[in-house]
Write a protein that binds this ligand. Structure first.
Ligand code: UTP
Length: 295
């Protein structure tokens, strides 16, 4: 019997420098894709996968994330007075229950590995999910839910992976591929941001993980790696020596919303897929693109 995954960690303490000045006073994770903040979209994905406790690693200027996952009595009262029941139900449906969220501060953005380590006491000695909110996966059946199915078969540690073009390999953590089990395969090695010729494959680690709690012990003594930051991949490389790791090829379209073009593309794709605004937006987009072509 695999130990069930009930907790998910969301690191949201980064500086979001690629989105300045938008992120000067507002967290990157509150940027919206159409009308939903990035962090809400990944929390929805985790809830769909059966997660019951949501742990946010925050920092200065991130208080609004905590407010977002709280009731807004004045707003709700006003909506009620005005008979706006659809909006009210939407707010209620989006909110995890009382006691299902925890927030801790990273204090200094020392890297993703350090942010994850900050969750050690809140996670305790159980396996957990980790979702990076600047990576979205647009899928009917969420990426984490797909990973949970693999976890229930195989246990151990899992990372979602996808193919990346050769010229982008140096931006990602890349995995080496061992025995294939269909959707999942054994990971034999991991390299953070390799040159294409040194990369073991073209499969990159995407931003969705299921990890065993032993990762915390490794992170506790992890030295800074690439970019002077404490890297999660370095700790996973150590864990790989002792525990099974599998890569999961998921169904769905991913968007790197930490990057401007990825973020804008996600907005277009999510907007086009919406039944309320999709058709009108498609016409508006067509007009802009054809005007651009005519110039
Ligand atoms: P990123 O590297 O994409 O976020 O980290 P960033 O550092 O905020 O972005 P740029 O490069 O400066 O634009 C992925 C996720 O990990 C969190 C970020 O908030 C983001 O959600 N993170 C990163 C932390 O929580 N702490 C860190 O020290 C670094």
């Amino acid at each position: 019997m695999k130990r069930p995954i009930k907790k998910a960690v969301f690191p949201v303490a980064g500086l979001g420098t690629r989105f300045l000045p938008a992120t000067k006073a507002m967290p990157k994770e509150m940027l919206t894709v159409v009308d939903r903040p990035l962090i809400q979209i990944v929390v929805d994905e985790a809830r769909q996968a059966g997660i019951e406790h949501f742990i946010f690693i925050t920092g200065r200027n991130k208080g609004v994330i905590e407010d977002h996952f709280d009731k807004q009595f004045e707003l709700e009262e006003t909506l009620r007075d005005r008979g706006k029941s659809a909006e009210l139900s939407l707010l209620e449906a989006d909110l995890p229950g009382a006691g299902q969220t925890s927030f801790t501060r990273q204090q200094r953005p020392l890297g993703l590995g350090h942010a994850v380590w900050c969750a050690r006491d809140l996670v305790g000695s159980e396996p957990f999910a980790l979702l990076l909110p600047d990576v979205l996966v647009h899928a009917e059946h969420g990426c984490l839910a797909q990973m949970m199915e693999t976890y229930n078969d195989m246990g151990g540690n899992l990372v979602a992976v996808e193919e990346v073009p050769r010229q982008h390999i140096h931006r990602y953590g890349i995995v080496g591929v061992g025995a294939d089990h269909g959707r999942a395969f054994e990971i034999t090695s991991m390299v953070e941001k390799p040159e294409p010729e040194a990369a073991p494959s073209n499969l990159s680690i995407l931003g969705r993980y299921i990890l065993q709690p032993e990762i915390f012990g490794i992170l506790a003594s992890q030295d800074p790696g690439s970019g002077g930051e404490i890297q999660l991949t370095d700790a996973m490389i150590q864990l790989l020596a002792d525990q099974p790791f599998h890569g999961v090829r998921f169904e769905g379209q991913s968007y790197d919303c930490g990057d401007k073009v990825g973020f804008l593309t996600a907005n277009v794709a999510y907007a086009l897929s919406r039944s309320d605004i999709g058709p009108t937006f498609r016409d508006a987009l067509r007009e802009i693109v054809s005007e651009g072509d005519a110039d």
